[in-house]
Design a protein around this ligand. Structure first.
Ligand SMILES: Cc1cc2nc3c(=O)[nH]c(=O)nc-3n(C[C@H](O)[C@H](O)[C@H](O)COP(=O)(O)O)c2cc1C
Length: 176
């Protein structure tokens, strides 16, 4: 395998978050700063975020919008961040939002945090609950926190948590 910077090599998406570790204010600021400095087409910066810290009102509203299966583990995350975009072209704006979340994820790894992105949530209900204006479209929820004990997870989640991670080999990705 070719060399990978440790910030990418150590990144993965856990379900076992530490149930009491909190996200400090400067850590939250650092994550948003990283997201803010992502590139975007025409430097439009279509990304918008809602940040909930454990047990605050925003966090609770985000948590209940998730599928029951994802709530089960995401309830231990120190923060839940909604990634939304504004703009008429979902393909362009969604691409840019994804880049900003990737930046946030790398910064999180640098801070010793882990991130698990979630697309399984009720977008309409969350937009209403957070009182978002119609041009703001939530696309992803990002759970952020410190690693917890995987052995407190139910059997199926423990199996997934400890399973080997796979990727297609590079040669299968190259079109020509
Ligand atoms: C946009 C996006 C949406 C995702 N949605 C979910 C989700 O709804 N539930 C979930 O458990 N994991 C979700 N994941 C996590 C992926 O399943 C995970 O990133 C993938 O299996 C690769 O594992 P790794 O991140 O540990 O390398 C999502 C990841 C991304 C990037």
């Amino acid at each position: 395998m070719a060399d990978l910077t440790s910030l990418l090599a150590f990144r993965w998406s856990p379900r076992a978050f530490h149930p009491t570790a909190e996200l400090a204010g400067d850590e939250a600021a650092s994550l948003l700063e990283a997201a803010r400095w992502a590139p975007s087409a025409g430097n439009v910066q279509p990304w918008r975020f809602a940040l909930g810290r454990r047990d605050d009102e925003t966090w609770k509203r985000i948590l209940v919008s998730l599928t029951v299966a994802d709530q089960h583990w995401a309830r231990h995350a120190a923060a839940l961040v909604v990634g939304a975009y504004t703009g008429a072209d979902p393909e362009r704006c969604g691409y840019d939002l994804g880049q900003s979340i990737a930046h946030l994820t790398v910064q999180a790894t640098a801070l010793g945090l882990h991130v698990h992105q979630i697309r399984g949530f009720d977008r309409a209900a969350l937009a209403a609950d957070l009182d978002l204006s119609p041009e703001i479209r939530p696309l992803v929820v990002t759970a952020v926190g410190r690693l917890g004990d995987p052995f407190v997870l139910p059997e199926e989640l423990l199996r997934r948590e400890t399973a080997l991670r796979h990727r297609r080999p590079v040669h299968a990705l190259l079109l020509c």
